[in-house]
Design a protein around this ligand. Structure first.
Ligand code: ZN
Length: 331
């Protein structure tokens, strides 16, 4: 993914609900709103499990489309989700990258309670970038993509495990998009559509002809140590209501160190295309106020390996998303 523009960080004034000011990382949260007699049990996100799921992907090596590691990881992800739900499919597509490489992409799609009409789409990209072009050395070699690719998938694997045990009120679809990161380096509009090829393919060829969801949440770069998540621009433009809901939820359950009410940049990422397809979607993505490109310093370098992955960050993101999806429809 890439930034189109980066806006100077500016604090955004936000009014919090007083009923949500209590913070605490409880194993099970209950809905305490007075008007509701309904108790909503939110499962405890296990960051150790998510960490292992990231390690398992990284152990295949870089998951660059057309590579052996990519094919092996696809099989691994397919068999993992098949154990959780009978509704799993791989969407195969042939696309051409900006550098004229033909790739066979595989979008991995797992659905829970497909009969429900109210739905939430959770997504991440599972491929990794073919080059570490932000690294001072070995730029032409691929990195391991522990955070960029692996972390979002690992968190969704752990969330899926909970959904398979205890269904939320809304149906859930998980899409692991392929070929997100084979994009052209540098800014400018000409490079925009070179990223997110799997998401663009899916938007043109949805896995169900009339597929829709109430909203979508994208997880990208969600495992880095001391990561900070700011209010990404396209998410704010398309799905401000959802962005506010996610960030307020995070703060209310004790993760204000991670989720900052500050303006982030505009990131071309899979959510950009899903938003254009009519599903309001938010990107939870780490940003940095100190790097020139606006991303964490391990982004697109060889430092993006298991050493940067922190269970505390995985927990903050995973627990927040679980809260949002389990509370949906409960009032
Ligand atoms: Zn990337």
């Amino acid at each position: 993914m890439k930034f189109v523009a980066f806006i100077t960080m500016a604090a955004i004034a936000v009014t919090f609900n007083s009923c949500g000011s209590e913070s605490g990382k409880k194993d099970v949260q209950t809905n305490s709103q007075a008007e509701s007699h309904q108790q909503v049990l939110v499962p405890e996100f296990n960051a150790d499990s998510a960490y292992v799921y990231i390690q398992q992907q990284v152990d295949f090596g870089p998951r660059v489309p057309n590579s052996k590691a990519h094919a092996q990881c696809a099989d691994f992800l397919l068999s993992y989700f098949q154990k959780l739900t009978p509704h799993v499919q791989i969407q195969n597509g042939q696309v051409q990258t900006y550098d004229k490489t033909k790739i066979n992409l595989k979008n991995i799609i797992a659905s829970f309670s497909p009969e429900k009409s109210r739905r939430i789409l959770l997504f991440a990209h599972w491929d990794t970038r073919p080059w570490a072009d932000q690294d001072p050395t070995d730029q032409s070699k691929p990195n391991l993509g522990a955070d960029d690719g692996g972390s979002g998938v690992g968190v969704l694997m752990e969330i899926a495990r909970h959904i398979s045990v205890s269904e939320p009120l809304f149906g859930i679809d998980i899409i692991l998009f392929d070929a997100e990161d084979w994009g052209k380096k540098g800014g400018g509009h000409e490079s925009e559509d070179s990223y997110c090829l799997g998401a663009q393919y899916w938007v043109k060829n949805p896995h169900l002809p009339s597929y829709s969801a109430d909203y979508g949440i994208l997880l990208d770069l969600v495992g880095g140590k001391n990561s900070q998540f700011r209010l990404e621009g396209h998410s704010m433009n398309y799905a401000s209501f959802l962005q506010q809901k996610i960030w307020k939820t995070a703060v209310n359950i004790g993760y204000s160190d991670y989720f900052l009410f500050q303006q982030g940049g505009y990131v071309i990422d899979d959510h950009y295309y899903v938003n254009q397809a009519g599903i309001p979607s938010v990107n939870i993505i780490a940003s940095s106020a100190t790097t020139a490109n606006g991303f964490p310093k391990h982004w697109h370098t060889h430092e993006d390996n298991m050493d940067v992955i922190d269970r505390k960050t995985l927990k903050a993101v995973g627990q927040t998303v679980l809260h949002v999806i389990y509370r949906e429809g409960s009032i």
